[in-house]
Design a protein around this ligand. Structure first.
Ligand code: NAG
Ligand code: NAG
Ligand code: NAG
Ligand code: NAG
Length: 401
């Protein structure tokens, strides 16, 4: 008894010492309901959310926590702009519901974050983009007067931040867009839209660096992840992609002011029922002369993927494309290791590089992709203008020099 209570006292005092030596800075909670937000699914809460943001962002002493409780909050377009005085936690447990009429969002991105450092988004909530009404209107490839459709959530000039746990459902265009974002982690996010919904990219990024994406489920109608000009040091792991168009670098080379893409790792990832798996696409007549380099693709399973490995330097989605010769994008230093599973097209490995700038130093190690399509017969590989090496298991038979 005496020993037990002495032990208890010791524990309590240790606890006290621990607590005293690590004073936790309590965040002040900003509940959106306190600012007039209504979860009736029809009141536009844009003003309430903007006011919450302003108060949370302006708070000088201690961190802020914005809280969206359970319930359905209808929200027109909102912009959350920094810089803020402190770090901001943004916890979404409810559903944010976009207008179903695309004209009711008067900006490029439905929920947009700009100029912020230390933003931590989390929660079990959902961003419901209500894209169904917009998808049939998406005809920009043939109609120059096509309606502008908003992306669901955007980050521009945001650093040292992360997003964890939330779900993005049925975006009108892309789900998450990152522009000039550095040191950002995306974990345990779920992204869902139908496989035939146009341009609903899962995660799209340009001019970004040090982005980690892991434990994330992406099923959508366009690229699961699209990596564009000027991105570097990207680490993607434990992603489940499908339906969708795979993890794409590009398209690149169309515009003059593009920048190199270097340093990408994709590992421990599954592509299931996608049109492509790992893909690099550059326009066949390109304006910019840039380099795509230092990519590692490792431990990747393909389940009934159209073209599991696809380097396409003759990209032209809506032919005819204006022909100014071959792509000027140089692809080099790629390693593809332990890539296995099934393809639905016969050409499981398409390595079509530029005649003017042949691919250099492409390393293939242990590739095992079996054809599982209706036409039958073994899988094949296509090589054009490529130099590299192969070792280990090779199905299909490789065609490197
Ligand atoms: C974000 O990081 C980039 C690259 O490190 C830097 O150039 C930029 O100034 C940073 N922005 C902010 C708001 O800290
Ligand atoms: C992102 O994850 C990396 C690796 O786990 C970690 O070192 C880094 O601190 C994280 N950054 C943020 C902003 O959470
Ligand atoms: C692949 O997708 C199919 C059809 O949606 C599903 O039944 C199956 O469980 C998925 N497999 C894996 C390993 O995710
Ligand atoms: C591959 O490398 C060899 C030796 O450097 C060179 O002669 C050949 O032209 C290269 N082929 C391509 C397609 O780059």
């Amino acid at each position: 008894m005496a020993i037990a209570s002495a032990f208890k006292a010791l524990c309590l005092s240790l606890l006290f010492v621990a607590a005293a030596s690590h004073p936790t800075v309590r965040s002040k909670v900003f509940n959106v309901r306190r600012y007039g937000a209504k979860s009736d699914g029809k009141t536009d809460n844009a003003n309430a959310f903007t006011n919450v943001w302003k108060s949370a962002c302006a708070r000088k002493s201690g961190n802020s926590k914005i809280y969206v409780p359970k319930g359905t909050f209808y929200l027109g377009g909102v912009e959350f702009v920094g810089p803020c005085k402190n770090q901001i936690e943004f916890v979404i447990d409810g559903t944010l519901m976009a207008p179903s009429n695309p004209k009711d969002i008067k900006q490029d991105t439905w929920i947009n974050f700009r100029y912020i450092n230390y933003l931590f988004i989390s929660g079990s909530g959902t961003l419901d983009g209500q894209g169904k009404q917009s998808w049939p209107l998406n005809d920009c490839h043939k109609n120059t007067n096509c309606p502008k459709l908003a992306m669901t959530m955007g980050f521009a000039f945001v650093n040292n931040s992360r997003i964890n746990g939330i779900t993005s459902l049925n975006s009108k265009m892309g789900h998450f867009n990152f522009f000039s974002v550095h040191h950002f982690n995306i974990t345990d996010v779920t992204i869902t839209a139908p496989g035939d919904s146009p341009n609903t990219d899962g995660i799209k990024m340009g001019l970004c660096s040090n982005i980690h994406i892991s434990n994330t489920q992406i099923g959508t109608g366009d690229d699961c992840i699209a990596i564009l000009s000027g991105s570097s040091n990207l680490d993607i792991s434990n992603v489940n992609c499908g339906p969708g168009h795979g993890i794409s670098v590009g398209s690149l080379g169309k515009n003059k002011d593009e920048k190199d893409v270097k340093g990408l790792t994709v590992r421990d990832t599954i592509f299931n029922g996608t049109s492509d798996g790992i893909r690099i696409k550059t326009w066949e007549s390109s304006a910019s002369k840039i380099v795509v380099s230092n990519f590692v693709y490792e431990n990747i399973q393909m389940i009934n993927v159209g073209k599991p490995i696809n380097i396409d330097q003759k990209y032209c989605p809506h032919p005819p494309c204006e022909k100014n010769g071959e792509s000027h994008v140089q692809i080099q230093d790629l390693k593809l290791k332990n890539i296995y599973g099934t393809s639905t097209e016969k050409v499981a490995m398409n390595l079509q590089c530029s005649k003017s700038f042949p691919c250099k130093n492409v390393e293939l190690i242990d590739i095992n992709l079996k054809h599982n399509g209706v036409k039958g017969g073994p899988s094949t590989a296509v090589c054009e203008n490529i130099n590299g090496s192969a070792r280990g298991k090779m199905v299909p038979q490789h065609c490197l020099n």
